[in-house]
Ligand binder design. Structure first.
Ligand code: GAL
Length: 414
């Protein structure tokens, strides 16, 4: 029913759209933090230099839930933006409605097939047609640490669960906030990504988060995952609830907190604050997830606007996929290029590790879509798991109840 309603509205939208200027794109996105805005300005500058003006449509809210809500309202009102930042399964859901522009001609002309990893193409193409231009590859299984606190306390980078817990305890005992965190469902879920992988390993992550196997979701291993989430809950400060992710990053940047578990968009905040990896902050894989990469790729999709907006949309997709842009943008954003043919010369140590990890995981078959950022399951399932994870993190469920609720929630969302 929703599909028909939305499709009906959208078809009407395409017919009744106001004529957008040939050389203008209206871009809906959620890149509103300091580091994100700095990266976005690289794209905006490239387009404006190429004669395409940029109408900004920022929707604040980490992880993009709020942006997707605004998008649905815009489309329902018959007024879709020219281009939208989108993740994983959300792209495929919109593609199913037949409302996204076909980018095949450009993709063939620029040979995207040869340079975009298969794991990304799974979300950039629908039924063989390119419907999205991938900007980057982020990954979520990172820890960001304040280097001065680690040095002051003579702490080594933790490599397994027990050393992570003892390191957090030492930081807390020294009077710092051990774990900087923002109590928002998507942030709780971002930590959950790593704890599932660290506790059960790649096969368990695949079975539980991607295959949605009820036996895995209801297993003793999942009980241990929730117990571990409870341990991490014990290391956050009393004011964590509702805190935006970039304010948690700022706690590590300014030396108030020792660590943050967050995707590598956090690095954009450290760089934006003028900090240097290895000197001011450390980046390392969440202990127990080494050798795997849990990815989410920011892609731009273009809504089908008929002939009106096509030139500007093609210009934007081409700008997004240009190797020079993919280097300049990702150096600032904290992610790595979506293209495999971009040199790593301009990337810092964390960026070079990210690129090496991605290539190795791609080769080894240990590249997994992030559940928390829409690359493991459709939005309905993702949001159902969000609800259970955040209810547990906030103490509404004990671990046993969380496991039971997880099985029911996932079953009900499919
Ligand atoms: C992710 C997105 C990143 C960053 C992050 C925080 O979903 O891929 O680019 O925006 O959310 O909002």
């Amino acid at each position: 029913m929703l599909r028909k309603v939305l499709l009906g509205t959208v078809c009407a939208a395409v017919i009744s759209l106001p004529a957008a200027a040939q050389d203008e794109v209206e871009v809906l996105h959620w890149w509103t933090s300091g580091g994100e805005a700095a990266a976005l300005n690289v794209l905006r500058g490239d387009l404006e230099a190429g004669g395409v003006s940029w109408q900004d449509m920022p929707v604040a809210g980490g992880g993009g839930e709020q942006a997707m809500t605004v998008l649905r309202a815009r489309v329902t009102a018959g007024n879709p933006p020219t281009a939208v930042q989108m993740l994983g399964f959300d792209i495929l859901d919109w593609a199913e409605l037949g409302v996204l522009a076909d980018l095949n001609a450009l993709a063939e002309e620029e040979n995207w097939d040869a340079v975009v990893p298969e794991a990304l193409q799974a979300f950039s193409r629908h039924e063989g047609v390119w419907i999205a231009a991938p900007v980057n590859v982020h990954s979520t299984n990172w820890v960001w640490a304040n280097a001065n606190i680690m040095r002051e306390l003579s702490l080594e980078q933790p490599t397994d669960w027990d050393s992570l817990i003892s390191t957090l305890q030492a930081i807390e005992d020294a009077g710092y906030v051990a774990l900087a965190h923002g109590g928002q469902a998507w942030q709780d879920a971002t930590i959950f990504d790593s704890v599932v992988m660290a506790t059960g390993g790649p096969e368990f992550y695949q079975a539980s988060m991607i295959d949605l196997d009820p036996d895995a979701l209801g297993s003793e291993t999942m009980l241990e995952v929730f117990n571990r989430m409870g341990q991490l809950r014990g290391f956050v400060d009393d004011n964590f609830s509702g805190r935006d992710w970039n304010l948690a990053s700022a706690m590590v940047i300014n030396g108030e907190a020792g660590m943050q578990v967050m995707g590598d968009w956090a690095k954009g905040e450290f760089l934006n604050a003028g900090q240097v990896p290895g000197e001011d902050f450390l980046c390392f894989r969440f202990p127990g997830t080494q050798g795997t990469v849990m990815f989410n790729s920011d892609q731009f999709v273009m809504f089908e606007l008929g002939d009106e907006g096509q030139d500007a949309q093609v210009a934007m997709a081409s700008a997004v996929m240009s190797p020079a842009f993919q280097s300049a943008f990702n150096v600032v954003k904290g992610s790595v290029p979506a293209r495999t043919d971009v040199p790593n010369d301009d990337f810092d140590a964390c960026g070079q590790q990210g690129m090496a990890d991605l290539a190795a995981a791609n080769e080894a078959g240990t590249l997994y879509g992030s559940f928390a950022h829409g690359h493991a399951s459709p939005a309905a399932v993702k949001n159902a798991i969000y609800d259970v994870v955040t209810a547990h993190f906030n103490g509404e469920y004990d671990s046993e109840t969380a496991v039971e609720e997880l099985v029911f929630a996932v079953e009900g969302a499919q």
